[in-house]
Design a binder for this molecule. Structure first.
Ligand code: GDP
Length: 327
């Protein structure tokens, strides 16, 4: 594949080239990894900055309904919207496929929208780094908004937050009076909590849930990247398409403030550093899986168990053969 040609086509907003580029970054093949790195390097600093929006919520809260309605609203305003997914489930069994086009039928037919399902990968680290690279490709392809959907138990939210400018948490109205078991760590990541399904019979419960979360958010430690009033909770109805414009206005107000106050750039710079460290870790882990290292580990395990060598000197022996730069 000619990387220069692919680069030019992506910059010209060619959707097929974008899809090919994403397939390339998702591939685990060593030659593809090399080409992907070349492509990403060639696109670095090109294109404009998209607004990267992370969106999380448990299955059934209405993520796909929300993305469809919200995405359609944005494309109607002339914006180009990409939807990507970070799926932490290793098997997919039982769970819904995130970013699945059949869950967003209208949006998937929209010329100004691009939907890409989560790559099928067995571990979150691999999925996450590739999704981050897919975000970069969508940005180079001139999308105004990149929505990154996830569902999870904390870990996937963390990696999505690390590739997003804004993080939205979607909730459904609570039946009881607990805070739906949302972990504090996830709440702390949220810039805006959207309580969905604020329609029909569910509306009063949605309002209550929203008030509960607004209260809980006020108790969180103040973050430097938040203007007065943020993080905030609000109600929406993805089905009735209510509150979506207000949600967008709030997102815009928040990002404008962050841009003006240097937080936007700082966050992106910190994220780049985070992914740099992450890539180093992933590279080391991959190296550990290779045959010679596995053999050395296997050979030393028995000797460590038998007390013939101390754990630390055995580890030194293995580390001395890593020479990661050669791989
Ligand atoms: P996901 O698993 O988070 O993607 O959730 P879905 O978008 O598939 O929605 C799950 C269910 O909630 C579906 O039956 C939707 O029709 C319903 N739903 C989604 N949004 C709303 C909403 O705004 N109001 C109501 N009443 N139902 C909704």
């Amino acid at each position: 594949m000619n990387i220069e040609e692919l680069r030019d086509k992506i910059l010209k907003q060619d959707r097929r080239a974008l899809a090919r580029g994403i397939t390339l970054v998702e591939s685990a093949r060593a030659d593809h990894r090399t080409q992907a790195a070349e492509l990403l390097e060639a696109l670095r600093g090109e294109g404009k900055q998209a607004l990267r929006v992370g969106l999380s919520g448990t299955p059934g809260v209405g993520k796909s309904t929300f993305i469809e309605s919200f995405g359609m609203m944005l494309t109607a305003q002339g914006k180009r919207v990409a939807v990507l997914a970070v799926d932490p489930s290793s098997t997919r069994s039982g769970g819904s496929i995130l970013g699945d086009k059949t869950r967003m039928e209208r949006l998937s037919r929209d010329r100004n929208a691009f939907i890409r399902p989560s790559p099928s990968q067995s571990h979150l680290g691999g999925v996450a780094r590739r999704s981050r690279e897919a975000v970069a490709l969508c940005e180079a392809a001139g999308f105004d908004v990149v929505l990154i959907e996830t569902v999870g138990v904390g870990q996937s939210e963390t990696v999505v937050a690390e590739m997003s400018d804004l993080f939205l948490l979607l909730l459904a109205p609570a039946g009881g009076d607990e805070l739906q078991g949302v972990k504090r760590g996830i709440m702390e990541m949220a810039d805006i909590i959207l309580v969905n399904k604020a329609d029909g019979d569910l509306k009063p419960a949605a309002m209550r849930t929203c008030a509960d979360y607004a209260g809980a958010l006020r108790l969180l430690r103040k973050r430097p990247q938040d203007p007065v009033g943020f993080p905030k909770a609000m109600t929406v109805s993805a089905v009735e398409e209510n509150g979506l414009d207000t949600a967008w206005d709030e997102m815009t107000a928040l990002t404008d403030w962050r841009r003006e106050n240097g937080h936007w750039e700082r966050r992106r710079a910190q994220q780049a550093q985070f992914w740099f460290h992450e890539e180093v870790k992933q590279g080391l882990l991959a190296r550990l899986q290779q045959g010679d290292v596995q053999e050395a580990l296997a050979a030393l395990e028995g000797r460590v168990a038998a007390g013939e060598v101390t754990p630390s000197s055995a580890a030194d022996k293995v580390l001395s053969i890593l020479d990661v730069s050669a791989h």
